[in-house]
Ligand binder design. Structure first.
Ligand SMILES: N[C@@H](CCC(=O)N[C@@H](CS)C(=O)NCC(=O)O)C(=O)O
Length: 242
C-alpha cells in the first residue's frame, strides 16, 4: 500500500515526525501537497480532505495520513498507527500506551516551541507579537526546556533495557521524534542548547544514533528532507535565543 502524507509544503513542521517514521520503516509514501495538482493532487487534495463535508471522521488539521480507506490525523495518532504496523512500537498494551504517552508529551513540547514565536495568536505574524515572544521564550528556555528535555533524559536513564532507547532495546517512534526535537532545538536556539546539552548526554547520544541509522541518514541527505526555516515550528530568531 502506498501511503499518502498530507502536510503543508515547504516546512518540516509536525509532518516531519510522520516523515521520519515512514522513512525509518522504508514505507512507500507520497508527500501529496509537495507535488503539483497533476502529479499528486497537490495542495487541493489536502484541502479537499479537510473540507470534505461528507466524511464522518474529518481531520481538523494536518498532518494527515491516508492509508487505504483510513484517514488519520493528529501526529501522535498517526504514529500510534504506523508504530504498530512497522515494528516501531512495542507490541504489548503497556508498551504501546507508554510509547503513546511519550509521544503526547512530545506533542505538548512542540506546542510550547511553537508558542515561542506565536505566544498571542497563531493567526498573527511573529512581527506582530515580538515583545510577548521574547518574554515567553525567556521562560520557555529557563524553565520548560530543562523540564521537558530533562524528563526525556531521565526516561532514557531509567529504561531497564538500557539508555540507548526510550523504550526497550530497539528504536521506536518516540526515539525518532526526540531526534527531531533535538535537531529542531539546536536550529532554533543554538546558544541555549549549547548550555543545556551538558545535562542531556543520553538524549544527545540518542539524537546522534538516530541520525546515523542508514535509512534516516539517507533521508537527511536527500531532497525529501526540507531544511529548517522560519515558517516551521522550530524557527531561528536570534533575539529569542537567550
Ligand atoms: N495536535 C495536532 C496539531 C495539528 C496542527 O496544529 N497542525 C498545524 C500545522 S503543524 C495546522 O495546520 N493547524 C491549523 C490550525 O490549527 O488551524 C498534531 O499534533 O498533529
Amino acid at each position: 500500500m502506498r501511503y499518502e502524507l498530507h502536510y503543508w509544503p515547504g516546512i518540516q513542521g509536525r509532518g516531519e515526525f510522520v516523515r521520519l517514521a515512514l522513512e525509518e520503516a522504508g514505507a512507500d509514501y507520497v508527500d501529496v501537497a509537495r507535488g503539483t495538482k497533476a502529479e499528486t493532487g497537490g495542495m487541493s487534495a489536502m484541502m479537499a480532505l479537510m473540507g470534505d463535508g461528507h466524511s464522518a471522521t474529518p481531520p481538523f488539521a494536518p498532518p494527515i495520513l491516508k492509508a487505504g480507506k483510513l484517514v488519520i490525523a493528529q501526529t501522535a495518532n498517526i504514529l500510534l498507527y504506523l508504530g504498530a504496523r512497522h515494528g516501531l512500537a512495542p507490541s504489548g498494551e503497556a508498551g504501546r500506551l507508554w510509547a503513546n504517552q511519550l509521544q503526547l508529551t512530545v506533542t505538548d513540547f512542540v506546542k510550547e516551541v511553537h508558542d515561542t514565536h506565536h505566544p498571542i495568536a497563531t493567526g498573527l505574524y511573529y512581527e506582530d507579537q515580538k515583545p510577548e515572544a521574547k518574554a515567553y521564550a525567556e521562560h520557555f528556555l529557563k524553565d520548560r526546556v530543562p523540564k521537558y528535555l530533562g524528563y526525556f533524559e531521565r526516561v532514557l536513564e531509567q529504561n531497564p533495557r538500557g539508555s540507548k532507547h526510550l523504550i526497550g532495546a530497539k528504536p521506536t517512534y518516540p526515539d525518532l521524534s526526540l531526534f527531531q526535537c533535538v535537531a529542531g532545538m539546536r536550529y532554533a536556539f543554538p546558544r541555549a542548547m549549547r548550555r543545556a546539552e551538558s545535562k542531556l548526554p543520553r538524549l544527545i547520544a540518542l539524537h546522534d544514533r538516530i541520525a546515523a541509522r542508514p535509512r534516516i541518514a539517507r533521508y537527511l541527505a536527500s531532497p525529501r528532507r526540507i531544511a529548517f526555516n522560519e515558517d516551521g515550528i522550530f524557527r531561528h530568531y536570534p533575539e529569542l535565543d537567550g
